[in-house]
Design a protein around this ligand. Structure first.
Ligand code: MG
Length: 248
């Protein structure tokens, strides 16, 4: 497998955003060091999706979007050949709401590479609709470190860049602990662990608040103990398959 190049293209990011609390870096800082690029191991997932465990809640088995709703009611992403694809009809979210969970999903960036930085194969997985694990074609695609593939967006770059090539199926296994609130007060933050293509990229990160663009993260207000799983429509035809969850 060819390695991604480490060419010296111009950095992409911002120098006018707020400092991340407790960090020397600004939100989406263009000078924050990039995660090291590695080549993930191989698996048998390219032709066939994996098989969910017996106690998982199947959120998408390749056949229909019956567990999802869209911007205007029914989810309208395209379903074909066992996958769903973003169609510029808005984000979709699960009808069911979740708190602590183990989430598995498989996704592929468009094989037809268009755009660059945040404009290439962008989507996202939002736990509780608020905490984004970035989906992006991060293969040989420089962008700001806290916005690369599998970043906890605007907060933590992944430990390494374990991207596969555009068009290849990739896996996310996400272990999520919801934040706890007591009245108006935060008792404990959300914690996120992420495995990307079999490689640990976040190990029990304390999330600083809901993720956002150019915004200093903070738990400004309490939110319900459960929320929907949201998949982002960022305008790029990213595909998903084999989405399942185990509630914890
Ligand atoms: Mg995104």
């Amino acid at each position: 497998m060819a390695q991604q190049s480490s060419s010296n293209r111009a950095p992409v990011g911002y120098d006018d955003t707020p400092l991340i609390h407790g960090s020397e870096w600004r939100v989406h800082d263009g000078t924050r060091p990039q995660p090291r690029i590695i080549t993930p191991g191989t698996d048998s997932l390219q032709d066939t999706p994996g098989q969910p465990p017996s106690d998982a809640i199947l959120l998408f088995d390749g056949s229909d979007l019956s567990h999802w709703i869209g911007r205007d009611g029914a989810a309208e992403w395209r379903v074909e050949d066992g996958y769903m694809e973003v169609t510029r009809t808005g984000n979709i979210e699960t009808k069911a709401h979740f708190g602590d969970c183990q989430l598995h999903l498989e996704w592929a960036a468009p094989v037809d590479v268009k755009g660059d930085s945040q404009g290439r194969g962008n989507s996202g997985v939002f736990l509780m609709g608020k905490y984004e694990i970035q989906v992006l074609d991060g293969y040989d695609n420089p962008t700001y470190a806290d916005g690369i593939t599998s970043a906890i967006y605007g907060q933590y770059p992944p430990l390494v860049n374990a991207c596969r090539k555009p068009g290849e199926w990739q896996t996310f296994d996400i272990f999520f602990t919801a934040p706890r609130f007591g009245g108006e007060k935060l008792i404990s933050p959300a914690y996120i662990t992420v495995v990307h293509n079999g490689v640990l990229v976040h190990n029990h990160r304390a999330v600083m608040g809901p993720t956002g663009h150019r915004r200093a993260p903070a738990y400004d207000e309490p939110h319900p103990a459960r929320g929907p799983l949201v998949l982002q429509d960022h305008g790029d035809p990213v595909r998903y398959r084999n989405i399942w969850m185990r509630t914890l």
